[in-house]
Design a protein around this ligand. Sequence first.
Ligand SMILES: Cc1ncc(COP(=O)(O)O)c(C=O)c1O
Length: 464
Amino acid sequence: MAPGAIEDTAAIVPPISETGLKKNIAPASARDALDAAIARYTAANQRSLELHRLATGSMPGGNTRTQLHTSPFPLCMRSGEGYQVTSEDGTTYTDFVGELTAAVYGHSHPVIVQSLLKTVTTVGINLGATIAQEHVHAAAMCERFGLQRVRFTNCGTEANIHALAGARAFTGKRKVVVFAGGYHGGVLMFAGGKPAANNIDRDDFIIARYNDVESAQAAILQEGVAAVLVEGMQGGSGAVPGTREFLKGIEVAAKEAGVVFILDEVMTSRVAPGGLAAIHDLHPDMKSFGKYLGGGLAFGAFGGRADIMATYDPRPQTSTPMPFLTHHGTFNNNTLAMYVGHAGLTEIYTPQVCTEFNAMGDRLLRDLAVVTAGTKMCFTGVGTVLGSHFTAEGLQTIERETAEDWTLKELFWFEMMESGFWITRRGSIALCLGTPESELQRFVACVAEFLKRHASLVVVGTKD
Ligand SMILES: Cc1ncc(COP(=O)(O)O)c(C=O)c1O
């Protein structure tokens, strides 16, 4: 443990004895501590429990978005304002879930609200025709993210599906290189180094190791590869950043092999004004997007090189023999996402705001590294997108999918809720604009206090 790292912050942690946490000092095991935390959670959130019971009557498991199901029952949120969300049980939390990175603008930012209202009252909801605003938002995205052409979809999953189809049509090849632990959407998941049971095209993927240049290059150089699809930081695996060497290695190998390099920026386009590609000076052939770029509404986009995107050009082709791909979708150009997404990107998330916001995240990550030193816990991430991890060895950085202690992870989740922080159960954090610096400091102090409270379970070298 770093000398004094845990002890020194205790003084600034607000009292939490009323939550019952303090009664739980030095439990016999992580499992005992977790059981006690679950019992307190259940007692404190009876309305959420009741709503969950009702929901199971009409949805399998009471759920329509797997990520949000948690045992023994999910916390049900009633409303959000600014950087906070309030549960149906009446508790207000600092929102560190940040809608899995989509809620950059927080909840009901005045610019977003104004744009929504103006669009509804002066434009209308969808006109069954192209609208002028499409190219306005498209041009802004092309400029910001270095794209020659872009098309809009309804989510990041669709964006990746269409980007892959474009790469396949362009190269005339079928195989796609992806990485163990990669997440590219609800039907494009590779946890555990295998395509998920409900993935599309399950036989067409070559799965290489993340942050392993040799593994990536060997896969890319195989016969029949159309594209390599990679996250610059693996979000679903817990904000595990790709190294520059790894990402550059992919770029070089893809270029050599004539393989289309697709950078999935669905989560990472927010971490720098030009997205994560700009941080590492990457020049992928295509990129996919989603999340906050629709202003908080359902949104996705894919774009990049004009010659590859030309596979989607519906005009009669005279000069190129490439197959033409259709790209249907009732809501592809929906008025709300086109106007509100553009207002958010150009009026709120300017390059300067983006830079300052992510510098705040970098500072948070540095402070968390100090208080977690010498423990089984660490935080990873880039800018305002972070992940928390508990490893038996007390790793201080995570390079790829790693076995984690889920009992400690869950214990952390339940106890952070008791301290007023809403984070994802898997431990990911995505900050919202407007979160006060004091709240970040309080979080660091609460993490330190958690580690101190459970020192017998979390200090490296101790056993559950
Ligand atoms: C890297 C990445 N790609 C794609 C997606 C899919 O986006 P959506 O949920 O909008 O379909 C996500 C969603 O979290 C993601 O993190």
